[in-house]
Design a protein around this ligand. Structure first.
Ligand code: FAD
Length: 442
């Protein structure tokens, strides 16, 4: 190794941490990744909706979010559920979220995220362009450009989505989207036939992709290892050693000693690096406190089911049922169905009533997709900022950076966020303005 090479330590081996690590390696950094789980991508990046949803980035914080609030508070089985809490994190986040619910701010966030989405598409496609088939198969990537069709059950919702399409088109950033009638939706995706009578129409975007998120994490891990990067699993960060405004080392503990709750000094290792990047998903909120930095994150809980659809009638195009706010993605012989947002429930328990609702809605839409009695279930916490934009920024510690807060779009935005973080560390001018992705703008 070149003695001039600087060493950067990335905390978290989810999709954001691994993308960051790989992009930094491409710039010639010596990279170590520290992860508390036993393998990559086992937390929020595991069984998410699998959508690389580059053109559907409009934030949750928009004017109708406030007018719909009473409905969400009262409806206990809707796609969005709020469990109000008096915790300072919840209160602060909610007030800030409300302040972002204006048309002007929602438009600005959409513009920022479209830029980041299209950057991500360019970067990820380059990473996958020369992927050896044996690697992608081993990782279970199931990556393809299959297009995305968002379907609507009432005319008013379709018209409002049509207005968003017109707005995005007016930005001249290359959004190719079409408004389709119900019959055109079924012609595009014949598996929708059972739903046709319920449909008002849909929005079709041909350029959207799908990929298995856990598979992509495993693929990135392989790339990192193949270039000599270091990955340390079962290792938890318990503290940091600082000198002035710099972090000189992290305090690490192997998970076995964490579980045994031993506090012996010999169990704690000091791990030195020149720079550190926190990409620890929702846990970044706690972790960043060690670096005197407050991260405005809340966990938006969601669920997924995965079923075998090899012999069933499942959609090949990605489908979003906007009425139930659930997404369907075909990954090889598997159908992934994901959705729901539970606010104020920051645990990863798999709630049987939410899974039952997901199964019912999936079966209503695609009755013959597969055996709904044999589904794999999952729950995750989307690490969300109030604005809906991720934070790609320096912390109060000058050699510690954050790449966090990707909310509902972490799989989609990870590659572009890694690119912006790499620009920041290299002191390069980025292809996008960085100000929207700062702590201040979150
Ligand atoms: C139901 C659902 C559906 C979704 N669908 C989509 C979709 O279709 N498209 C899309 O783009 N996004 C989707 N998302 C969002 C996406 O999954 C997340 O934004 C993304 O996974 C966040 O990645 P991350 O790397 O920031 O966090 P994580 O994947 O949670 O990774 C953080 C890692 O840091 C590790 N860590 C935490 N603390 C420490 C510590 N102290 N020491 C060491 N390691 C630590 C964790 O173990 C974890 O592995 C969905 C999310 C959910 C819940």
């Amino acid at each position: 190794m070149n003695p001039q090479t600087k060493h950067v330590c990335v905390i978290g081996a989810g999709i954001v941490g691994l993308s960051t690590a790989w992009r930094l390696m491409q710039d010639g950094w010596q990279v170590s990744v520290i992860e508390e789980s036993a393998a990559p991508g086992l937390v929020t990046s595991y069984a998410n909706g699998a959508q690389l949803s580059y053109s559907y980035v409009a934030p949750l914080a928009e004017p109708s979010a406030l007018t719909s609030l009473p409905k969400w508070l009262l409806k206990k089985d809707g796609p969005l559920r709020i469990h109000p809490s008096l915790s300072p994190d919840f209160v602060r986040w909610s007030l800030s979220f409300a302040s972002h619910c204006t048309t002007a701010k929602a438009h600005q966030t959409t513009r920022d995220l479209l830029g980041l989405g299209y950057l991500s598409r360019r970067v990820l496609r380059a990473w996958l362009a020369d992927a050896p088939a044996s690697w992608t198969t081993a990782a279970g990537l199931d990556y393809r450009t299959n297009g995305k069709l968002v379907v609507f059950r009432d005319q008013a919702a379709l018209m409002s989505a049509g207005a968003q399409v017109a707005y995005q088109h007016s930005l001249n950033v290359g959004c190719e989207q079409y408004v389709l009638s119900a019959a055109e939706c079924v012609a595009k995706e014949p598996a929708l036939a059972a739903m046709q009578s319920k449909l008002a129409g849909g929005i079709y975007t041909p350029s959207e992709d799908v990929v298995d998120s856990h598979g992509l994490c495993m693929y990135l891990e392989r790339l990192i290892v193949s270039r000599g990067g270091e990955l340390r699993y079962d290792t938890r960060i318990t503290g940091a050693v600082q000198e002035g405004r710099r972090c000189v080392a992290l305090k690490l503990k192997s998970q076995s000693t964490v579980l045994e709750e031993t506090d012996a000094a010999s169990d704690v290792e000091e791990f030195k690096a020149d720079y550190f990047v926190v990409a620890a998903g929702l846990s970044s909120r706690e972790l960043l406190k060690k670096f005197d930095t407050r991260a405005p994150l809340l966990g938006l809980k969601g669920f997924s089911i995965t079923l075998d659809c090899e012999h069933g009638i499942a959609p090949s195009v990605s489908i979003t049922d906007s009425h139930h706010k659930i997404v369907f993605a075909k990954l090889g012989h598997r159908l992934r169905v994901a959705g729901m947002v539970d606010l104020g429930r920051e645990n990863r328990d798999i709630d049987p009533s939410r899974i039952a609702a997901l199964i019912k809605q999936a079966r209503d839409n695609f009755p013959d997709a597969g055996d709904y009695a044999k589904v794999q279930t999952w729950a995750g916490l989307r690490p969300a900022t109030p604005s809906g934009r991720p934070i790609i920024d320096q912390t109060a510690c000058e050699n510690v950076y954050a790449n966090i807060g990707h909310g509902t779009l972490g799989l989609t935005l990870a590659a572009g966020s890694a690119e912006l973080l790499a620009d920041k560390l290299a002191g390069r001018t980025s292809s996008l303005p960085l100000e929207p992705f700062t702590f201040k703008a979150a």
